[in-house]
Design a protein around this ligand. Structure first.
Ligand code: URP
Ligand code: ZN
Ligand code: ZN
Ligand code: ZN
Length: 510
């Protein structure tokens, strides 16, 4: 089956193409403002067989070419979401958007690629990779993989090399929280960071002090606070700041670049700002929930509503959102993810009597492009070129797939969206394309609408209608040694720079 309309049903296993019109081999986007991170210009974009062939004014074509009028609109690279969890087993549950429904939602919102986190199986990276390879068979947009490291031994170290050299993975994530599950200690982090450095792979961290969170949770339960508000109270921003600072210092000690996922607080953001100011290569990723929501939802009297906002690190109190926006606008933080990790009300209800059992995660893969446009561009905080940078280009550069992705240039993949700045969007649980029965952005309205999404040359979203087919998405392998590693060792670890040669001392005779 396939999506052909806004209201759709999906059954796996009986995929058919949705009309030949969805995959024209030749496409011309006429009259729009083509925006890249480095430049914008009025130009036409000509696409053949999924690849951008030409970007220049007044391209003329024959009758066999589908022409899309983009006059008065922006023609921009499709979004790349650096942080998602599709079809993931987590906290006694499994995320309900898989590599088809999650992709369909993404495409309807203007995102044409994402990078998902492979979770090892019993610590085995190979088994984890193979499992995700199977999950992704139904993909309908392009995707790449990061990989989590959840335990340490010689096999894991060897498998990291295989992942990098043979499987196209160039980043590994270390969870500093989720004690008793995914959490790793400092010793493992040091081993892992060293291995990342030796392979040219980017180290990533979920930065919260997991031991302290565990203590905070016990305190809440002792106080009789068992509802979703206990989630926020048990893991305050100071614990995110501490772990962020610790990860940054350990990365400095190893002299390897670091990527901090879901920066949710001023505390964590300021650690990143300080490190960057001192010259350290640290990347900070805010997520949409942290940029546009605040924690008051966790106090909502309706459990179902409150629980839908439970994610880690928690959505913070008012003020953190604006500070994170400013940090994104000024380059302290570099790109926006979602951490799309969808659990429906039934799954969230596992924690009805104990917030510790509420599966952690919120949606966002479909909403990111609209909410970042409205919050950052429409409000005047960033330019349209910077919008392209934070939603697409910077992700492509960090994960070494630029300019195949993240650009509208001859030779790039034709992942393109047309955004109408004069049209508006409204987010609703009823009309979204995720399988979720809730939406943390329900009711949000704003300016700027993704009217067309083109995925590798196929028009998959037009006139509010999705046309996608399972199995059409491709795996995008990512090579190690992104720009973040360039010249890194010319400036070696500060800890050794003062040691020119071993100090010679005379043997004492006393
Ligand atoms: O609450 C969250 N963030 N769930 C997904 C797993 C993670 O920590 O990224
Ligand atoms: Zn159809
Ligand atoms: Zn995380
Ligand atoms: Zn995540």
């Amino acid at each position: 089956n396939q999506y052909c309309d806004a209201g759709f049903e999906y059954e796996s296993g009986s995929a058919t193409a949705c009309g030949s019109g969805t995959a024209p081999s030749k496409l011309l986007i006429k009259g729009g403002t083509v925006v890249n991170a480095h430049h914008q210009q009025l130009a036409d974009v000509y696409v053949e067989d999924g690849i951008i062939v030409a970007v220049e004014p007044s391209i003329t074509v024959g009758d066999d070419v589908k022409v899309i009028d983009a006059t008065g609109k922006y023609v921009i690279p499709g979004g790349i979401d650096p942080h998602t969890h599709l079809d993931m087993s987590f906290m006694s549950s499994g995320t309900i958007d898989d590599f088809f429904s999650g992709h369909a939602a993404a495409l309807a919102g203007g995102t044409t690629m994402h990078i998902d986190f492979v979770i090892p199986v019993d610590g085995s990276l190979t088994a984890g990779y193979e499992a995700y390879e199977r999950k992704a068979k139904k993909a309908c947009m392009d995707y790449g993989f990061h990989m989590a490291i959840t335990k340490w031994n010689d096999d894991v170290s060897r498998e990291m090399e295989i992942m990098v050299k043979e499987k196209g993975i160039n980043s590994f994530k270390f969870f500093m929280a989720y004690k008793g599950a995914l959490m790793v200690n400092d010793e493992l982090i040091l081993e892992g960071f060293k291995r990342c450095k030796s392979l040219g792979a980017l180290a990533m961290v979920h930065a919260e002090n997991g031991d302290a969170v565990d203590e905070g949770q016990k305190r809440m339960i002792e106080l009789g606070i068992t509802g979703p508000e206990g989630h926020a109270l048990s893991r305050p921003a100071v614990l995110e700041g501490e772990a962020t600072g610790r990860a940054i210092r350990l990365a400095n000690f190893v002299n390897t670049p670091l990527y901090v996922v879901h920066v949710m607080s001023i505390d964590a953001m300021e650690e990143i700002a300080k490190a960057r100011k001192s010259g350290q290569r640290v990347i900070g990723e805010p997520v949409v929930s942290g940029l546009v929501l605040d924690e008051s939802w966790l106090w909502h009297p309706d459990f179902r509503t409150a629980a839908s906002y439970v994610m880690s690190p928690p959505i913070r109190s008012k003020g953190h959102d604006k500070a994170l926006q400013a940090a994104l606008a000024t380059g302290v933080l570099q790109l926006v993810g979602t951490d799309h990790c969808a659990f429906n009300s039934t799954q969230k209800a596992l924690g009805i009597d104990d917030f510790r059992k509420i599966p952690n995660g919120v949606n966002g893969i479909e909403e990111r492009m609209h909410l970042v446009w409205d919050t950052m561009v429409e409000s005047g905080q960033i330019s349209v070129t910077d919008y392209v940078r934070v939603t697409s280009t910077e992700c492509a550069r960090i994960f070494n797939i630029y300019p195949r992705k993240g650009a509208i240039l001859p030779g790039s993949d034709a992942d393109i969206i047309i955004l109408n700045p004069n049209s508006s969007f409204e987010i609703s649980t009823k009309s979204h394309h995720s399988r979720l029965d809730t939406n943390v952005y329900d009711g949000k309205k704003g300016k700027g609408k993704v009217e067309v999404t083109i995925s590798r040359g196929r028009v998959v979203w037009e006139n509010n209608e999705l046309k996608v087919t399972p199995g059409t998405g491709r795996y995008i392998p990512m090579q190690p040694y992104s720009y973040l590693f360039d010249g890194l060792d010319k400036k070696d670890s500060t800890y050794l720079s003062s040691l020119k040669a071993p100090v010679k001392r005379a043997k004492s005779s006393s």
